[in-house]
Design a binder for this molecule. Structure first.
Ligand SMILES: Nc1ncnc2c1ncn2[C@@H]1O[C@H](COP(=O)(O)OP(=O)(O)OP(=O)(O)O)[C@@H](O)[C@H]1O
Length: 333
């Protein structure tokens, strides 16, 4: 098969069969296990997964910072591991912890420096840098050394420096971590604007599902080094819509009800106290819905409420990770 990812420029990021095994003191760990996806230009993608799922390794492999054990990665048609410096003209990143800004330099000087790294003459970008500073609400601090800024402000400067590099694709690791609500909203708006108006491709990792739901077009969920879901946020929400119900019944449940329900339906939650029992069910279609009503009827329970639960991405994420049998991370010796 021809390497389509090496030729198609409209695909911002292409990952094909990516595998990474780390060799540690306690043996080998397969951090990423055959991951493939393509991200078209202008898309905002959330890369999600529980701790240790392989997100950072995947991102580092895309950025050329980790050498894959096998598989290929390209950005805007450039094979990252073969042509790293050319790839860096297309992609930049703000990675975990290392908010790579220079604390002795002012905000404005940092933007100029990072523009310079890309071969851009910063003198020709004063207006653009002013815009970035304004968008990030850093006007009052523009000529202040970064070391005098708060942690959240430093984070914004790191984001600004990524923008100053003017690459079409950006990777942002936990971009809103530690930011206040207003700043988070502003950055969410800016990320959406960058994608819509400037056709930027943005890949972000975050454990905050509200942020993901607010900005992403699509989510890729990793678990145990594999992709367990890859879909638009809309589809994921739709797929779960009107399927989860919360049922409240009088008193402790009739004997065996939980088992009967669990045999036929997916019971997500169960909570009993002396007066009421509340449980949640995932029902795939109207047949299941009526079958469930029948089961409750036959069990002679008195249903207080039977309500649809509005899905949110966080519930879907937890459900996906819990119901997918994660492959073993450890590679057998
Ligand atoms: N340099 C390394 N050497 C050995 N094992 C590693 C190394 N980096 C990561 N791993 C292991 O690879 C697996 C995936 O780690 P990775 O950091 O990619 O996950 P993650 O999804 O980014 O997790 P988190 O959300 O906790 O940051 C984990 O089991 C981790 O311990």
């Amino acid at each position: 098969m021809k390497d389509r990812e090496h030729t198609d420029e409209s695909v911002a990021v292409s990952v094909s069969g990516l595998t990474k095994t780390y060799t540690g003191e306690d043996g080998d760990v397969m951090a990423v296990d055959g991951v493939s996806f393509d991200i078209p230009s202008g898309q905002v993608v959330g890369l999600l997964g529980p701790n240790g799922a392989g997100k950072t390794t995947t991102v580092k492999a895309i950025l050329g910072l980790v050498t894959p054990t096998s598989g290929t990665v390209s950005v805007h048609g450039i094979p990252v591991h073969e042509e790293r410096s050319r790839a860096y003209t297309r992609v930049s990143a703000v990675l975990e912890g290392a908010r790579n800004v220079y604390w002795r330099l002012t905000v404005r000087e940092n933007l100029a420096f990072f523009a310079g790294l890309q071969g851009i003459d910063p003198k020709t970008r004063r207006a653009e840098h002013d815009d970035i500073i304004e968008t990030l609400g850093l006007e009052a601090k523009a000529d202040e050394p970064v070391r005098n800024l708060s942690r959240g402000m430093k984070q914004k400067v790191a984001f600004g420096c990524t923008l100053a590099r003017e690459t079409p694709t950006l990777f942002l690791d936990e971009p809103m971590l530690g930011l206040d609500v207003t700043t988070t909203r502003d950055l969410e708006t800016e990320i959406r604007r960058l994608a819509r108006q400037e056709d930027k491709t943005i890949v972000l990792t975050s454990h905050d599902m509200d942020v993901i739901q607010a900005v992403c077009d699509r989510v890729i969920v990793l678990d145990g080094g594999r992709v367990i879901a890859d879909d638009s946020v809309e589809n994921l929400l739709d797929a779960f819509e009107a399927q989860t119900y919360r049922v409240r019944i009088d008193g402790g449940p009739a004997k065996g009800l939980r088992e009967t329900l669990a045999e036929r339906f997916r019971v997500l939650d169960w909570d009993t106290d002396t007066d009421t029992t509340t449980f949640e069910l995932a029902l795939t279609d109207s047949d299941e819905f009526f079958a469930c009503v029948n089961v409750l009827d036959e069990a002679n329970v008195s249903v207080q409420t039977f309500t649809e639960i509005e899905p949110n991405l966080e519930d879907i994420f937890v459900d996906l990770v819990e119901t997918t049998e994660a492959p073993l991370l450890e590679v057998p010796q």
